[in-house]
Design a protein around this ligand. Structure first.
Ligand code: ISJ
Length: 370
């Protein structure tokens, strides 16, 4: 199926108001889709389900799953596009900057008074315009080859689009990978940059918390932690550390519950930061800073791609993979309106105006395709 046939098929499905997800994982050029035949809402119970998961930030709400068993699966190869995008300057709602800087200032004060290490606060940037989800998705595919680009729709929930740089957890067989992604600076044509102490310390805290959390789980062994490196995500750079381990697949649910929400999108200590966000942020994050992606997907692998035909079957193996990403750099798409969600980690040394600017740069990831 070529890209245009793929897109037309999904557009028809969308016109019937039926649920679907289309996505392309980082570094791949295969665009996949799952189309649901009806609008029943199914939820994850024990993480042994097989399907595409979409989970909110709020842990007390269950993740939604589009089950593979009931879905129609299609795929195509991403087309290469030459993009000529001039960024849409979006007028900020009056008072939004002041309101956000006040929230950041209040958060810094709370951190200094209570000894909390870090709290991630965020906001929603509303834009009034007639929307075109399929064009946004296609442009995001071309602009961000290293992101998980997705468009998810359910008539009873709404539509979300994103291009996230952050892995929550990837598993294959008994191997697991996660990452600590934190610290932000603006990208100026190079990734050879130095990082300030605030960012290094903030990111190291995230790494430590993820490693400590995973090492408390009996089913996890052989934890290995890489060196921090700089990773580009659109207009911004982050510090990233890769974390790998072995694990028992029947304990996947425990691991996901331990990891979500990571200190990269919530804070530390976890419970104090989480309560602060729910009480003080003054809006519902909904699916922003939740997670999404493939859960327990069966992948056929050819061990020796040169062998063919009858012989080949002996060299095929099936592996079970999970590929979940944190829902960042995302927006909620309505017919005549959009809401872009952005935030950043606050520590005792944060500066409110700089935090506002950081959210503006992060919002550009989506604004570029509007
Ligand atoms: C919260 C966001 O990003 C997270 C916060 C970061 C930070 O505080 O520096 C960096 C990457 C993400 O883990 C966002 O993009 O909205």
């Amino acid at each position: 199926m070529d890209f245009y046939a793929f897109q037309d098929h999904l557009k028809q499905h969308f016109q019937l108001q039926l649920p679907f997800v289309m996505y392309r994982q980082p570094g791949e050029d295969e665009v996949k889709a799952q189309l649901q035949p009806n609008n029943t809402l199914e939820y994850v119970n024990d993480f042994q389900e097989k399907g595409f998961v979409f989970a909110p930030f709020n842990e007390s709400k269950k993740p939604i799953v589009f089950s593979y068993a009931s879905a129609e699966a299609i795929s195509c190869t991403q087309e290469s596009l030459t993009l000529d995008l001039s960024m849409n300057l979006c007028k900020e709602e009056r008072g939004e900057q002041e309101r956000y800087e006040e929230l950041v200032a209040k958060t810094i004060k709370t951190i200094r008074e209570t000894g909390i290490d870090k709290i991630v606060v965020s906001r929603k940037k509303e834009i009034i315009k007639k929307t075109d989800a399929f064009t946004y998705f296609r442009n995001l595919l071309s602009l961000y080859p290293d992101a998980m680009v997705y468009c998810w729709y359910h008539p009873l929930v709404g539509m979300w689009i994103g291009a996230t740089p952050e892995t929550l957890v990837k598993t294959e067989g008994k191997r697991l990978k996660s990452m600590a992604l934190a610290g932000t600076q603006v990208y100026h044509e190079t990734t050879e940059v130095s990082w300030g102490e605030k960012e290094k310390e903030e990111q190291a805290m995230v790494t430590r918390a993820i490693v400590d959390g995973l090492s408390c789980i009996k089913a996890v062994s052989n934890l290995q932690v890489g060196e921090p490196s700089t990773a580009r995500a659109g207009n911004v750079l982050h510090l990233k550390t890769n974390i790998t381990a072995n694990f028992e697949p029947k304990c996947l649910g425990k691991i996901i519950k331990e990891l979500h929400p990571t200190p990269a999108v919530c804070g530390l200590p976890y419970q104090m930061a989480y309560d602060y966000i729910l009480n003080e942020e003054n809006y519902d994050r909904s699916y922003y800073t939740g997670y999404l992606g493939e859960l327990n997907m069966q992948h056929q692998k050819n061990r020796n791609p040169r062998r063919r035909n009858v012989e080949n079957s002996a060299y095929q193996s099936v592996s079970t993979q999970t590929n979940l990403y944190v829902n960042l750099r995302c927006m909620q798409v309505f017919k005549d309106r959009l809401a872009i969600y952005v935030g950043g980690g606050i520590t005792k040394d944060s500066i409110p105006k700089a935090e506002w600017e950081e959210t503006q740069r992060k919002a550009e990831t989506m604004q570029k395709v509007l």
